[in-house]
Design a protein. Structure first.
Length: 208
């Protein structure tokens, strides 16, 4: 079975908040690398509200569910923002208290782990497990041993931009990314009422 591709996300933030970070939002949408991010406003639930996959996933994948990213964004001049160039959704983070359970649930929609990395965070062990949603990486984070029955939840996301320095006024200092040859910055989302942690990565090195 072919694994699904990420085509959309819905997020409980105001479009103006993302524009303030320099992201190229048109109307209430940011479309990048084949993924449409719909900004549903901050009046209701916050954070990542759900995903769109192709082929579509069930309504509940261990707590992860769909949310409508909607149709084409408005294109009137008043609603178009230039913003800084972003070229891809590099990865989407999901957190779980039971990594084995969530891994099994993701397997039901055709996702198989590509890599697993163990680390130490605070007083306990943390396991990172990576899947592919098309060109986007799904980064699943959980304790090395199950720690409760709560469902998995969407966390942050990382975008890819050809020039990280354009985000200087809204970012923490750049650092080396885990992937060799890449840099990463964290945007100061808390200063702009953005409810999702957002990182921006330099492009993957060419394999030519």
């Amino acid at each position: 079975m072919r694994g699904p591709t990420l085509t959309g996300l819905a997020i409980g933030d105001d479009p103006a908040a993302w524009r303030a970070l320099g992201l190229p939002v048109t109307g209430d949408r940011l479309t990048v690398g084949g993924v449409t991010i719909r900004l549903a406003g901050s009046h209701g639930r916050r954070g990542v509200l759900g995903w769109q996959l192709d082929p579509p996933a069930p309504d509940d994948v261990d707590g992860l569910g769909p949310a409508d990213a909607g149709g084409p964004p408005p294109t009137s001049a008043a609603e178009v923002t230039t913003g800084y160039s972003v070229v891809a959704v590099d990865h989407l983070v999901v957190a779980t208290p039971n990594l084995r359970r969530t891994t099994a649930a993701l397997g039901t929609i055709g996702l198989t782990p590509r890599r697993t990395v163990d680390a130490v965070r605070g007083d306990g062990g943390v396991r990172y497990r990576f899947f592919l949603l098309g060109t986007c990486v799904l980064e699943l984070i959980g304790p090395t041993e199950p720690a409760g029955d709560a469902p998995a939840i969407f966390g942050g996301l990382a975008l890819t931009a050809p020039d990280l320095d354009v985000f200087t006024e809204v970012m923490a200092p750049p650092r080396a990314a885990v992937q060799p040859g890449r840099r990463i910055v964290t945007l100061r989302t808390e200063d702009h009422d953005v409810s999702v942690p957002i990182a921006v990565l330099s492009p993957r090195p060419s394999t030519d």
